[in-house]
Design a protein around this ligand. Structure first.
Ligand SMILES: [Zn+2]
Length: 94
């Protein structure tokens, strides 16, 4: 493992970046009658349920990078598995 892998910026994430909208509940707030509050969020599934994790604006780039890393790693795993199946089939084939 490289030293980078221990840093949070090297982490993997799954899910999708989305916008979380909510009303804070304060009667005096503009959101009570107008536009709800919006914040960036990560939507992901855990145990078959969709969960939403709100993010700070500053975290969005980091999260997007984590999602991209995961997609890349997953694609690599998929092709490695395809190669494994091909090898297994070749052994049967002849
Ligand atoms: Zn509000």
């Amino acid at each position: 493992m490289s030293p980078r892998s221990h840093r949070s910026e090297g982490s993997f994430l799954r899910g999708t970046l989305t916008t979380f909208r909510r009303r804070c509940g304060k009667p005096s707030c503009h959101c009570a009658s107008g536009e709800p509050h919006e914040s960036p969020a990560l939507a992901y599934t855990e145990g078959g349920r969709t969960k939403t994790l709100t993010l700070a604006e500053a975290e969005v780039a980091e999260v997007a990078a984590g999602l991209a890393r995961f997609e890349t790693a997953r694609a690599e795993l998929e092709s490695a598995a395809d190669a494994g199946i091909a090898a297994l089939r070749a052994r049967r084939g002849r």
